[in-house]
Design a binder for this molecule. Structure first.
Ligand code: C2E
Ligand code: MG
Ligand code: MG
Ligand code: MG
Length: 291
């Protein structure tokens, strides 16, 4: 930044940076009290088999409403919670709440499904992570085989060795592992060999406009082919349109998550969805059913 030449620009940028730093500080301050004030909730989004519209999984997504700041997206506050270390208690709250809610659905006799919970790399390298997961499973009675942890490729940035040991031990307990936002992180593909992966989540950047963009279609096809040979299941993320759904269906993507089938909803509405099923008009249904 050349402050001698453009004094006014300098002031403009510096003011913008001030505002950003102030916002971040505000969020950090409010985050310290958010758990105690019961300001978090979870939303759940179904993961669906395209042709049958059967819900086989749900992803838990955190929501935060603060009196002073209003609604703050996880994209904004999770990195700050990570930096401040508050992600540790928040992450525990998320896992416990999600397991309790899903156990409630199971107890009502609703179909058993996979519960996916996002895990920050900071949680994964935390000394008591495995202990915490064990405690939560025990306290809630949630079956480990129905739990899947979603991590991103960025776990590698925090030292894969430690995470790897933890992930292998969790896998031995029956817990599944999904790679979230596949293809957008800072990793080499070698972790696909090293990590005990069950599921690849194809990021929305590859899904958006898939069926009208041949480059994207080719890329998604390659990701799904790699997953098939590696024995991973695939979930297409952020599917909003019938065109995108059809594209992924053509490529034999295993499951679909996105607004097209359902936005993230409350635990009560999720229970309703599980009870009544999803029924969205697609012409995929006729192909396999009743044939
Ligand atoms: P993610 O794990 O990749 O979650 C998917 C995000 O895509 C969610 O945003 C979801 O609401 C959104 N989404 C789902 N379907 C569609 C669609 O069809 N179109 C579009 N445009 N978006 C769709 P959300 O809930 O705002 O979460 C953003 C990110 O914050 C998550 O990305 C995840 O990385 C993080 N996050 C959310 N909850 C938690 C949590 O409990 N713990 C941690 N560590 N991170 C979380
Ligand atoms: Mg996720
Ligand atoms: Mg994702
Ligand atoms: Mg994402």
């Amino acid at each position: 930044l050349d402050k001698q030449r453009e004094g006014s620009h300098y002031r403009f940028y510096s003011k913008e940076i001030d505002t950003r730093i102030f916002r971040k500080l505000e969020i950090k301050n409010q985050l310290e009290f958010a758990l105690g004030r019961d300001e978090f909730t979870l939303s759940y989004q179904p993961q669906v088999i395209a042709k049958t519209q059967q819900i086989v999984g749900v992803e838990a997504l955190i929501r935060w409403k603060n009196n002073k700041l209003g609604l703050i997206t996880p994209t904004e506050f999770i990195p700050i919670a990570e930096e401040a270390g508050i992600i540790i208690p928040i992450g525990e709250w998320v896992l416990e709440t999600a397991c309790r809610d899903a156990k409630t659905w199971f107890n009502k006799g609703l179909p058993q499904l996979r519960l996916s919970v996002n895990i920050s790399p900071i949680q994964l390298i935390h000394d008591q992570f495995e202990e915490m997961v064990n405690r939560v499973l025990k306290q809630t009675g949630f079956p480990p085989e129905n739990l899947e942890l979603e991590i991103t490729e960025n776990v590698g940035l925090y030292g894969l060795d430690k995470s790897l040991t933890t992930l292998q031990r969790l896998r031995a307990m029956g817990i599944g592992l999904a790679i979230d936002d596949f293809g957008t992180g800072y990793s080499s593909l070698s972790y696909l060999v090293d990590l005990p992966i069950d599921t690849i989540k194809i990021d929305r950047v590859f899904v958006q406009n898939l069926n009208t963009n041949s480059k994207l279609m080719t890329l998604a096809e390659a990701i799904i082919k790699i997953s098939k040979v590696m024995n991973f299941q695939t979930i297409g993320e952020g599917v909003e349109t019938l065109e995108e759904l059809k594209g992924l269906d053509t490529l034999e993507c295993d499951q679909i998550q996105g607004y097209f089938f359902s936005k993230p909803v409350s635990t009560e509405i999720m229970a309703e969805l599980l009870k009544n099923g999803i029924s969205v008009e697609t012409d995929l249904r006729n192909e396999d059913i009743g044939a």
